[in-house]
Write a protein that binds this ligand. Structure first.
Ligand SMILES: Cc1ncc(C[n+]2csc(CCOP(=O)(O)OP(=O)(O)O)c2C)c(N)n1
Length: 564
């Protein structure tokens, strides 16, 4: 059979190491499906295209390598868009393919007419219609190169008459399609960082996702200059939880010791982080920021020195150039506070805390304690993010991912499916709120069909829990009718889908339900019925917020009595 334009695209993807394409077949995507059917790439058919985009994003976030998803004409591609924000917000390379109707039907309000290039414009850094077989190879190359170079989404619109046509040439430069190299900052800039560190008394090092892979260098720097290491949520898995230098997270998903260290330090070194919540950054200290992205330098807080460079190679240079410090006072103080905070976390997660109710902290801790050395935890969005992020104690080569920039509910399972498809023998655990799981629960069927043994742990509080807190934060009484909802029987649902289901509604059942789910060979759901009104640890409150919470509680009490 003669090679089609679709074959050229799929052949190139195979050559650069793409293992799966996630999508939902049909209509104008059929020639792409046919090319995949004849290739070495696995087609992972999803139940909702958002699940395909999430799966591709999950893969790209974990590995830094291209994830690929596909939707067909009109609504099939429209469904991709929401999931793609995971990749664009977290700077992960994804190629999204939209099938489109034949060119002769375009522009005349035909059935399913959309303008995919316009629709995908916001979420992608490159979007292009492939309008002829002759143009196709160069555009395919450009799209993949753009996704890698810009670390985001490239999108192609593929009219069926073009993608199914006979090919007119191959991609010439496959060898150039790969992630960008890690480049160090210049020596002069490294010297400038070293001099500022030497002049400071209390140096605090804040690590973001740009620090992944740099744990050894960070330890060495911390030891050399006696500086505590703290992290953004995206940086939590840079180091094992129990490393004595790893003090905890910043912000709402963080700790009080870290907040006070921020306010006490005189130099903050921000490494590979664009942490957006400026109110948690120091008010007085000098700030140095090191990142591969020049555009993020200095945009969250006034920055004395902004340096372009990748963290790991830059730290390697810095270690040779910065003088040893001996004063451990600041490090010791933060360490002491951190220990106390950890003891509090342990008490809050103790299943024996109540006799007949499961606290969500205990769920996160039990999942963490039962997980394999190389598990991947995929967190959903909501109150559940706080439980998972604060009570998972990562170790070994465990990884933690979530929707930490997009902050979208319903994103964990789709991403977990993509990650699981990379290695079906690795343990992948999606930790979801019930609202988040309900949103895209059809993707559990994708897991069952494609033998993706994802474990889904649902914090079942029969509510969009975080929204209660959000309302009270604004001084509003929670709109209960809008926030609370009934759930299906998740165990029955899991079994009806062909998976496994386990339930824990009493503290004594928790460990067994989680262990059973982790032991079964195949996808499983753990329905953990949790206390609905658990209040998280908030590291810092201003007076206005405290007032708002008090006002909200008063309004709630009045509504309870008067009914309005
Ligand atoms: C797609 C999407 N829709 C709505 C929101 C707003 N939102 C943020 S948290 C949340 C509640 C999530 O509820 P649930 O999944 O049950 O988790 P919980 O907060 O109870 O742990 C909502 C609706 C969002 N962030 N993303």
């Amino acid at each position: 059979m003669a090679q089609t334009v679709a074959d050229v695209l799929i052949g190139a993807l195979e050559q650069i190491g793409v293992k799966q394409v996630f999508g939902l077949i049909g209509d104008s995507l059929n020639p792409v499906g046919d090319a995949i059917r004849r290739s070495g790439i696995e087609w992972v058919g999803v139940r909702h295209e958002e699940g395909a985009a999430l799966a591709a994003a999950g893969q790209a976030k974990l590995t830094g390598r291209l994830g690929v998803c596909a939707g067909t004409t009109g609504p099939g591609s429209t469904h991709l868009v929401a999931g793609l924000y995971e990749a664009s917000c977290d700077h992960a390379p994804v190629l999204a393919l939209s099938g489109d109707m034949a060119r002769k039907l375009q522009g005349i309000d035909h059935v399913q007419a959309t303008d995919p290039d316009l629709l995908f414009r916001d979420v992608s850094l490159y979007t292009q219609t492939v309008s002829s077989p002759a143009q196709a190879p160069a555009v395919f190359h450009q799209a993949i190169a753009a996704a890698y170079a810009g670390r985001g989404v490239a999108h192609l619109t593929l009219p069926i008459d073009v993608i199914g046509a006979k090919a007119d040439g191959d991609l010439g430069s496959i060898a150039t399609l790969k992630p960008p190299p890690e480049l160090a900052a210049t020596e002069a800039q490294i010297d400038a960082i070293a001099r500022r560190i030497e002049a400071a008394q209390k140096v605090l090092i804040m690590c973001g996702a740009g620090c992944i892979g740099a744990a050894d260098e960070l330890r060495a720097l911390s030891d050399r200059i006696k500086a505590p290491l703290i992290h953004s949520l995206k940086g939590k898995d840079v180091m094992p939880y129990d490393d004595p230098r790893w003090m905890g997270g910043i912000g709402i998903v963080g700790t009080k010791p870290v907040y006070s260290a921020m306010m006490r330090c005189d130099l903050l070194l921000m490494l590979g982080t664009d942490y957006p919540f400026s109110e948690f950054l120091p008010k007085k200290a000098d700030v140095i920021q090191l990142d591969v992205r020049p555009a993020v330098l200095g945009r969250r807080t006034p920055t004395a020195l902004g340096v372009v460079g990748a963290v790991r190679p830059s730290l390697k240079l810095l270690l040779d150039r910065v003088a040893v410090k001996t004063d451990t006072g600041f490090l010791d103080q933060v360490t002491k506070e951190r220990r106390k905070w950890d003891e509090m976390l342990d008490r809050q997660a103790d299943p024996a805390r109540s006799k007949d109710r499961i606290h969500p902290q205990a769920v996160a801790r039990a999942v963490s304690d039962s997980a394999s050395e190389d598990a991947v935890f995929v967190l959903d969005t909501g109150l559940n993010t706080l439980w998972s992020a604060n009570w998972i104690r990562q170790h070994g080569s465990q990884r933690i991912l979530g929707s930490f920039n997009n902050a979208a509910v319903g994103t964990a399972l789709g991403q977990a499916n993509g990650i699981q498809a990379l290695d079906r023998s690795r343990q992948v655990i999606a930790l979801c709120g019930d609202g988040g799981f309900n949103m895209l629960m059809c993707e559990f069927l994708t897991a069952v069909q494609h033998k993706l043994p994802v474990k889904v742990v649902v914090y079942n509080n029969s509510a969009f829990g975080l929204i209660t807190l959000e309302a009270e934060h604004l001084g509003l009484p929670p709109f209960r009718k809008a926030i609370e909802f009934p759930n299906p029987d998740f165990v029955a649902l899991a079994r009806a889908c062909g998976g496994h289901g386990f339930k824990a509604s009493q503290p004594g059942e928790l460990k067994a339900a989680i262990s059973a789910a982790f032991a079964v060979d195949g996808p499983a759901i753990v329905d953990a019925v949790v206390v609905p009104n658990e209040f998280p640890n908030i590291p810092h409150f201003d007076l206005e917020t405290i007032g708002n919470f008090a006002r909200a509680k008063m309004k709630e009490a009045i509504i309870a009595v008067t009914g309005s």
